[in-house]
Each structure stands twice: as structure tokens, then as C-alpha cells.
Design a protein around this ligand. Structure first.
Ligand code: CP
Length: 305
């Protein structure tokens, strides 16, 4: 098997074979991440991180992944203290970071930012989230988590819950799941349902899905609940946010007699109560850990040795 992608921009650029390649390599690298060791695959290489939006997991798991492969990291996690404050544009900043590093990880609020940069620099570019667009590396760690828990990605029923309109994690994930024999239930208030263009794409892909407004009636019938945060920062109008905030909350009493797996890309606000954390169903912290081996696999595959 080989991996031929030069950039990681959208999960739609991946074939099933590309996904399998990354999941298999992540599985091989996981013992290094688990035992907090370092190998030497990327000795002397530098990763350039450009984060224009806040992040905990994506940025720190990329940094951890690079360091566990023997490399190092440069970059910024906010505009403050960089020449972006003097008016430097994304194109120029990326040109500079590409001169210093062997790959770029970019998080930006503008949909399409990572694709634009990948067309204009000579090092691999990884999309770490572009506005409400895509979050392909999150999808790969989600698939890894599903595979580990379900023994594969076929023949599962998954409910995606919360902010399906603005949520880039679910926008990426549904395109990946559509490649497998998976049934999806989109649970959201009407204002936050999956965008029509994605629904059209899923129909063309003959994907099995349905929409619902209720979470609790569906729990007995599903294998995985993928909760998401209703993202205040994406709403153009605070009143619209106030109408839907707190719409879905999952607590231990909703699932304690069930073996449904609970995933969440995190951060959470109030959609999963803390009493779920101690249940065997809670998979979201392990899911966040899985970001390390999966991002190790991506960096190991993309960065020229
Ligand atoms: N899941 C995720 O993207 O988390 P961060 O925003 O903390 O990176």
C-alpha cells in the first residue's frame, strides 16, 4: 500500500485505501504515543503551525505527534505577537513559514484557506479546520476511534447531534462515513440541520441517512452518538444562538443501560454532563488521545525524509 496525497485539505480527497493506509500506520505508531516515547522518523524536521483560531487538541496533538516522531515545531497559536497584526496577509505569512519548515498545519476562519495555501507553497499543507468547512484530520481520528471500538467501520448506525450546520467536524465525517455501509441520523433543530448541499451530495452517493429533532427516542437503536457543541462563535446573531443553545444534553441516566458509544470532537460546553465521563460508554477523551497516533501517521506519510 502507498499514500500519494501531497496535502491534507478535505476528506473528499481521500480514497478508502488512503484512509486504510493512515489508520493502519496510526495503529503501528500508537505504542510510541501510548508509552510517551520518541522515535526518529522525522529527526531534524520542522513543522510550522499557523493557528488563526483557538485550539487545544488539534494544535497540541500535532505538536505532540511531531515531537514523538523526533521532529520539532515552530509557529503561532494567535495573531497577537505576529506581523499579522501589522497587516501581513495569509499568503505572505504562509510563504515565510514554508521557507522555515517541512510542512504547514493551518487553522483559519476562512473556508478554503488551506486549499488556497496548498496551491501556493512548496511544502505539504494540512487543514486543521477552515471555518465551517472541513476538519479532515479530526475525521481520520474519528474513524480510527470508530474502527477500534466497533472492529471496523461497516454496519454501524451513528447519530450526529447538535450543530450540523456550522460544524466542520461533522461536515468532514459524513463524507467519510458515506464511503462505508453506515446509517446516519442527523439530530438537530431545523435551524442547525446539515446544509442542503451536503444532503444533496449524500443523496448522490446513495448514502443511508435520516433527519430527526429528538435524541432520546433514538438512543436504543444506535451504536454511536457523536455529540457536537453548538458553536456560539459561528452565529451571525446572538439571539439565534440563544434560541438553540442547550437544545441537546446527554447525561448518565440517558445511556446507563445502553452500550452506545459516546463520541465528541470536543471542546464540550453543556451537551455532555460530567456524570457520563465515568461510564464505559464515554469515548471522547480516548478519541482526543487518538489524535496523536493519527497525526503521527499523517506527518510520517507527508514529510519527505
Ligand atoms: N476537536 C478540535 O478541533 O478541538 P480543538 O478546537 O481544541 O483543536
Amino acid at each position: 500500500m502507498s499514500f500519494d496525497l501531497k496535502n491534507i485539505i478535505s476528506i473528499r480527497d481521500f480514497s478508502k485505501s488512503d484512509i486504510n493506509y493512515i489508520l493502519n500506520l496510526a495503529n503501528e505508531l500508537e505504542p510510541i504515543a501510548n508509552s510517551k516515547q520518541v522515535c526518529h522518523d522525522l529527526d531534524g524536521k520542522l513543522l510550522g503551525v499557523m493557528f488563526y483560531e483557538p485550539s487545544t487538541r488539534t494544535r497540541l496533538s500535532f505538536e505532540t505527534a511531531m515531537k514523538r516522531l523526533g521532529g520539532d515545531v515552530i509557529g503561532f497559536n494567535q495573531k497577537q505577537g505576529t506581523s499579522i497584526q501589522k497587516g501581513e496577509v495569509l499568503y505572505d505569512t504562509a510563504q515565510i513559514i514554508s521557507q522555515y519548515s517541512d510542512a504547514i498545519v493551518l487553522r483559519h476562519d476562512m473556508e478554503g484557506a488551506a486549499r488556497f495555501i496548498s496551491n501556493n507553497v512548496d511544502v505539504p499543507v494540512i487543514n486543521a479546520g477552515d471555518g465551517a468547512g472541513q476538519h479532515p484530520t479530526q475525521t481520520l481520528l474519528d474513524l480510527y476511534t470508530i474502527h477500534k471500538n466497533m472492529g471496523g467501520i461497516n454496519n454501524i448506525k451513528i447519530a450526529l447531534v447538535g450543530d450540523l450546520k456550522y460544524g466542520r467536524t461533522v461536515h468532514s465525517l459524513v463524507y467519510a462515513l458515506a464511503m462505508y455501509n453506515v446509517e446516519m441520523i442527523f439530530i438537530a433543530p431545523a435551524e442547525l440541520q446539515m446544509p442542503p448541499e451536503i444532503i444533496n451530495d449524500l443523496e448522490k452517493m446513495n448514502c443511508k441517512f435520516r433527519m430527526s429533532k429528538t435524541l432520546y427516542d433514538n438512543i436504543d437503536d444506535i451504536d454511536i452518538i457523536y455529540m457536537t457543541r453548538i458553536q456560539k462563535e459561528r452565529f451571525p446573531d446572538a439571539q439565534e444562538y440563544n434560541k438553540v443553545k442547550g437544545e441537546y444534553t446527554l447525561s448518565a441516566k440517558n445511556i446507563e443501560d445502553s452500550d452506545v458509544i459516546v463520541m465528541h470532537p470536543l471542546p464540550r460546553v453543556d451537551e455532555i454532563s460530567f456524570d457520563v465521563d465515568k461510564l464505559p460508554n464515554a469515548m471522547y477523551f480516548k478519541q482526543a488521545f487518538n489524535g496523536v497516533p493519527v497525526r503521527m501517521a499523517l506527518l510520517d506519510s507527508l514529510i519527505e525524509k
